[in-house]
Design a protein around this ligand. Structure first.
Ligand SMILES: [Zn+2]
Length: 432
């Protein structure tokens, strides 16, 4: 769903909010508020914002004198949404080969202009925090730094830099003749053997990665590698995960893996989340629950690739069809077993700004609207390690707030049409 650009009025509000600093309080009112600490809807909704943080929440909150009041009426206030799996620096154009060509030809600086646009679309859709799981040329690190410096607007970003995987695997760039395109090396995340993979992880962290992404199994959007085959050995997984954990970084494992061998190896080696998880068995899901390993289902990617199969080469379209049904069955098992689930979309595969479509897709699979909203707020914040800062509307946390029309528990698709987005106390989108 493309989001509308900022209106002049919204930009003016934004500028005045930024200029006013911490002294000017803003009161945001709505009929409902989704309390992500309890999972309940409370009425009326009221949040007092002071500077970049939440000063008070709830109907009994004291209203500061002279506070600016924004009343969004029959709407629900929620914590800013969190997407635990995006590729903020790229976007599918409808033509897989054209995208591949562009990704090889564009200068990193040129790509960063696209990335800034995608980051803004994501923010305007209500996603105030994202985890970026793999991008080329350090563009995600650079964009994260520019956002933190206040140069450009975008979500709070936890970034992986280059995804770490084996030569010829899902994280590699393709089998170009080495005389034409230099093969990737550990600096670019491609490694063989535990020492080489340890180096790859250290390189990503050296240049700014705050999370590590690995390709534990084959993938859908790479032509040559079979989904079934684990792409990292036990020794490589232990080197990668051990090194990341020593630095206090979490590890997210891309894993489809028929028979779920790759996911199992990654879980045994201590991985923190399994991404996609299309073929996870009941036994592995139970193990994930027991160990507290999150599932990030990225249902939107499975849905989008299937419904736009014409834009992909036949081997990729075939893989997408292969995972669709098993992914739905795996999700139903995961919900029944009670595996911790964090909301993630794989956006970039689908257009940035369409992230909230994932809510409806999760609910279609049988997830309650409350559980879907918690997955994108409190629970994703825990997985990303930002739960002290965001994920719930509580005093002292970052003023990351979304308002959507009506009662969100009655209509989960309302999340696709935010009325107001506030990120770190600044109004970043207020479609008229
Ligand atoms: Zn991905």
């Amino acid at each position: 769903m493309p989001t509308r650009p900022l209106t002049i009025a919204a930009i003016a509000l934004l500028c005045s909010a930024a200029a006013a600093g911490a002294e000017t309080a803003t009161v945001i009112r709505a009929r409902h508020l989704f309390d992500a600490t309890s999972g309940r809807l409370v009425e009326p909704g009221l949040v007092v914002v002071s500077g970049t943080t939440i000063a008070a929440v709830g109907a009994s909150a004291a209203l500061p004198a002279g506070a600016r009041v924004i009343d969004v009426g029959d709407a629900t206030l929620l914590p800013g949404f969190i997407d635990a799996h995006v590729h903020i620096t790229d976007e599918f154009s409808g033509d897989h080969y054209r995208d591949f060509y562009h990704s090889m030809l564009r200068f990193p600086v040129e790509q960063s202009f696209y990335a800034e646009r995608y980051a803004h679309a994501t923010l305007a859709a209500g996603f105030t925090t994202v985890r970026v799981l793999g991008s080329a040329d350090w563009v995600d690190v650079a964009l994260r730094n520019a956002i933190e410096a206040g140069l450009v607007q975008g979500p709070r970003m936890i970034v992986a830099a280059h995804a770490v995987g084996s030569p010829g695997g899902h994280c590699d760039q393709g089998a170009f003749p080495p005389e034409k395109v230099a093969p990737l090396d550990p600096i670019h995340g491609i490694c063989s053997g535990p020492e080489s993979c340890r180096e790859a992880v250290r390189d990503q962290m050296k240049w700014g990665a705050s999370v590590i992404k690995i390709c534990a199994s084959g993938g859908v959007l790479s032509e040559a590698d079979p989904l079934k085959v684990p792409q990292l050995t036990v020794a490589e997984l232990e080197a990668i995960i051990g090194e990341a954990h020593r630095w206090g970084r979490k590890v997210a494992a891309h894993a489809h893996a028929h028979g779920d061998e790759a996911a199992r190896l990654a879980i045994d080696a201590g991985v923190d989340s399994i991404e996609h998880g299309s073929f996870l068995s009941v036994e592995t899901l139970k193990l994930m629950k027991q160990k507290g390993v999150y599932l990030v289902p990225t249902r939107l990617a499975a849905w989008f690739v299937n419904s736009h199969a014409d834009g992909y080469p036949p081997p990729i379209a075939a893989k997408a069809r292969m995972i669709a049904d098993s992914h739905a069955e795996m999700m139903r098992n995961a919900m029944r077993i009670g595996v911790p689930i964090a909301f993630g979309t794989d956006s970039g595969v689908s257009p940035h700004g369409m992230n909230a479509k994932e809510f409806s897709l999760l609910v279609e699979l049988g997830m309650t609207p409350t559980a879907a909203l918690l997955a994108a707020t409190r629970d994703a914040a825990r997985l990303l390690g930002v739960d002290a800062v965001t994920g719930t509307l509580e005093p002292g946390k970052s003023a990351d707030i979304v308002a959507v029309p009506g009662n969100v528990l009655d209509n989960i698709a309302a999340t696709e049409h935010p009325l107001l987005v506030v990120a770190r106390g600044v109004i970043v989108a207020r479609p008229q």
